[in-house]
Design a binder for this molecule. Structure first.
Ligand code: FUB
Length: 304
């Protein structure tokens, strides 16, 4: 780890996390035969991180740290702090990094490689107060027809098709929902004809931070509640499991949920660590509630 790690307090390092260190809000994706994870860098009071790092892996187990790929202030002139909750997407040879900054706005930066250098739009993609609730926690879902959708929100969840350029959208097409107990981190994935909206409940500083989900017939709902997807395993010291992303391992029916939890041992809402688990979809459209594991997960990724 380099200079950013030096800012982290001298709490014992976590065990059992695929990416050692204090990180949260993982966006787990597969690009061009390799896994990438883009997290929030944690370990500072009030989540004051100023940069985004990227990690890559061939098997989900061994991760290479590629360092900072986007730095607020230097690369993003409209924001200095609170680099939170990135999301990544790929279209036509370009890579898009969506991110929260300033605690209330969402930006997007573009690169020719998953590792940057990312060029920011020069202004927020979603300004604070443009839509109901706080503009944080972007995530991207690309449907089978190639249409990409952006989701975000705190207090209210929003979703909208992105334009072809991936850096704009028609505001009149924004759909908004208040899923049960919705706090933040709306995420959509699809398996077959079923679309899944999942989201985090409670406060990331509370050990009960958890993930609920709903299903629907399309990427913008309407949504039917399906209950808890992921919650703490307090008996094993696994707490505050939330702010996730879901990845279908390309070419398979294997699914992985990436999320964060209080770092083990000694973590809290500002000292979180990443965790991965398998997701098991059922024929009736439900997903088996995740039993959070303590051990790292390894799934080699084939080229393609
Ligand atoms: O990491 C900073 C914030 O904490 C995120 O934006 C929220 O989703 C919560 O995880």
């Amino acid at each position: 780890m380099d200079d950013l790690a030096a800012d982290q307090p001298a709490v014992a390092m976590p065990v059992g996390s695929p990416v050692p260190g204090y990180f949260a809000d993982p966006a787990l994706v597969a690009f061009d035969g390799r896994y990438y994870v883009y997290p929030t860098t944690d370990g500072s009071d009030q989540w004051a991180a100023t940069a985004f790092r990227a990690f890559s892996s061939g098997d989900l187990l061994d991760w290479e740290d590629h360092g900072v790929v986007l730095e607020l202030g230097r690369d993003v002139t409209w924001a200095q702090r609170h680099a939170w909750a990135p999301a990544a997407a790929h279209r036509a040879g370009r890579y898009y990094l969506y991110f929260t900054a300033r605690t209330d706005s969402i930006g997007v930066a573009v690169a020719d490689s998953p590792l940057g250098p990312f060029r920011d739009l020069g202004r927020p993609l979603i300004e604070a107060d443009r839509f109901e609730g706080r503009a944080i926690d972007p995530s991207v879902f690309t449907d089978d027809d190639g249409t990409a959708y952006l989701y975000w929100g705190n207090g209210t969840a929003h979703g909208v098709p992105l334009n072809e350029d991936m850096t704009s959208f028609d505001a009149s097409r924004v759909a908004s929902w208040t899923p049960t107990d919705f706090r933040e981190a709306a995420h959509v994935h699809r398996r077959g004809d079923v679309y899944y909206l999942s989201w985090s409940v409670d406060d990331t500083r509370d050990e009960n931070y958890r993930v609920l989900y709903a299903t629907g017939p399309g990427p913008l709902g309407p949504w039917t509640d399906r209950g808890v997807l992921l919650e703490k395993a307090a008996d094993r010291g696994i707490l505050a499991t939330g702010h996730h992303s879901v990845l279908n391992i390309p070419g398979t029916d294997e699914w992985v949920i990436a999320y964060h939890r209080f770092a083990i041992p000694g973590g809290d809402g500002f000292h979180r660590e990443l965790a991965f688990d398998l997701l098991h979809h059922q024929a009736d459209g439900s997903i088996t509630r995740v039993v959070p594991a303590s051990a790292p997960l390894c799934i080699p990724l084939q080229d393609g």
